[in-house]
Design a protein around this ligand. Structure first.
Ligand code: SF4
Length: 80
């Protein structure tokens, strides 16, 4: 399967928890912000990133991307 990456802009998050509702395997609410479980912080972009390994996980995070009211979550293809 092509490789995808989740890119999460934490400062944009308003804590609506929609991502947590659709993909609790990846998203949890800590205080008033979501955390992308297992992600690493990219110092250059100032965003959190996580590689997606399976089609099922891709679907979960595409759902999270869609339901986030402030577009803090992006799912990008990084390799065919
Ligand atoms: S859906 Fe968006 S705004 Fe809501 S908690 Fe998740 S990342 Fe934050």
């Amino acid at each position: 399967m092509p490789k995808y990456k989740i890119i999460y802009d934490k400062p944009t998050c308003i804590g609506a928890a929609s991502c947590v509702a659709v993909a609790p395997k990846f998203w949890e609410l800590v205080g008033d912000k979501a955390e992308l479980i297992g992600s690493t912080y990219n110092e250059q972009t100032k965003k959190y990133e996580l590689i997606i390994e399976t089609a099922e996980d891709l679907q979960l995070n595409q759902d999270a991307e869609q339901v986030c009211p402030v577009a803090a979550i992006k799912v990008e293809k990084i390799e065919d």
